[in-house]
Design a protein around this ligand. Structure first.
Ligand code: PLP
Length: 414
């Protein structure tokens, strides 16, 4: 967890008001100690067995964050050629990269083959053929795993559930054997593993354990045909606490899944995203205008749905605290916390009890995952700055965009 004092004053040893004064608002603030602790919890839980933690880059792809994980020994789970370029630029080892995604282009396949990634997580029969052909053109063998779809219900939001039969991800369980036979016969493929990923923000550890058990059954069936694996990739998806969710400690969440594979010799891969970065970041924003309506009180802040899309997109809850004052301060009112964007869906929180004045700073918590990574320039709003706290020092890890940069690539007709 990011260290936020009760009155939301500091991240590690740095005052949030000082960060706002120095870097402006809105800005994302991350804690290096929290990132390191989250990674350490995975490492401790997996100690004693061959395993690799492949951070899911899409959760937060800032180079400084990738570099911190690379230095801790992480591999990476990528979903685009752009993410591969980021991993390499951040000092990550392409030899520890797995490439997921249902629509890899030939260009991305070539780029990943040239970089020498560890494994392609193949998601369809046709992708196998495309990858074999592309690898053949450059005379390389492509290392592959099939992403199988174990058809377990992860009991999460439908938009972030990926392991059901109806989902676009992975290949159906029933066809996996046939596809592995096909892969074995294709000259430019090399079978390396098997993969699954059933969804995101999972709180109950049982679906992941059920998926692991089904995958193991399949591994044994394939083993009987002489198809063997160097690794088993059980994906990411562990949930975090945003509000009052009973999110388990990492070791407890992983325990039932690990039990299913305790006597296996294959290397275990996991692909955590949210659980490594979500609670290591917050979005710092300032109250611009208070608007007391007949039915509702609005606090219009300088951050908006383009900066943090999760509330608008998933109706997601983020705790919002006033910087430098307890929640129960005198004169509190119930506020809608909204941004300045011209959309009714532009809210960051509903019905929050806060004592606010214009100019106050707010910390929107648990914003480290799928926050900056999903931000956009809607309403021609420059993307915000990102700041990393490390003890008592701060580092600007991405400067605020300028408006001129936003239309620098555009042209008017002659
Ligand atoms: C998004 C994704 C992850 C990471 O999911 P989290 O819920 O953030 O842990 C891992 N693997 C794949 C294939 C993904 O698409």
């Amino acid at each position: 967890m990011i260290e936020i004092a009760n009155d939301a004053t500091c991240v590690e040893g740095v005052n949030l008001a000082d960060i706002a004064a120095r870097y402006g608002t809105p800005c994302y603030v991350y804690s290096r100690a929290a990132l390191t602790a989250a990674f350490g919890a995975y490492r401790a839980a997996l100690a004693g067995r061959p395993a690799r933690i492949c951070y899911a880059v899409k959760a937060n792809s800032n180079l400084a964050i990738l570099n911190i994980f690379a230095k801790l020994g992480a591999g990476f789970d990528i979903v685009s050629g752009g993410e591969l370029a980021r991993v390499i630029a951040a000092g990550g080892d392409p030899g520890k990269v797995v490439f997921s995604g249902v629509g890899k282009s030939r260009e991305e396949m070539r780029q990943a083959l040239a970089a020498g990634i560890y494994c392609f997580n193949v998601e369809s029969a046709n992708e196998l053929e495309h990858l074999n052909a592309t690898a053949g053109e450059i005379g390389k063998r492509a290392p592959i795993a099939l992403r199988v779809n174990p058809d377990v219900d992860p009991k999460t939001h439908p938009y972030i559930s990926t392991g059901l039969k109806s989902a676009k991800f992975g290949v159906p369980f029933e066809t996996a054997v046939e596809l592995y036979r096909r892969a074995r016969d294709l000259p430019y493929l090399e079978i390396r593993g098997i993969a699954c990923h059933i969804g995101s923000q999972l709180l109950d550890p049982q679906p992941a354990a059920d998926a692991a058990a089904k995958v193991i059954e399949l591994v044994d069936r394939l083993g009987a045909e002489g198809i063997q694996f160097a690794h088993i990739d059980l994906g990411g998806g562990m949930g975090i606490r945003y509000r009052d969710e009973a999110a388990l400690p990492t070791a407890d969440y992983l325990a039932p899944m690990l039990k299913c594979i305790e006597d296996r010799t294959e290397m275990l891969l996991v692909e955590p995203g949210r659980s490594l970065v979500g609670n290591a970041g917050l979005l710092l924003t300032r109250v611009e205008i208070l608007k007391h309506g007949e039915e509702k009180n609005f606090a219009v802040v300088d951050a908006a749905m383009n900066d943090l899309a999760r509330p608008a997109l998933y109706d997601a809850y983020h705790d919002i605290q006033k910087v430098g004052a307890g929640k129960t301060a005198l004169g509190s009112k119930t506020y809608e916390i909204v941004g300045p964007i011209c959309e009714s869906g532009d809210f960051l929180g509903h019905d929050r009890e806060l004592a606010l004045a214009e100019g106050d700073l707010l910390a929107i918590l648990s914003a480290g995952a799928y926050g900056m990574a999903m931000s956009s320039n809607y309403n021609t709003r420059p993307r915000v700055a990102e700041v990393m706290v490390d003890g008592t020092t701060t580092h600007l890890i991405r400067r605020r965009e300028t408006v001129a940069e936003l239309f620098a690539g555009e042209a008017v007709l002659p």
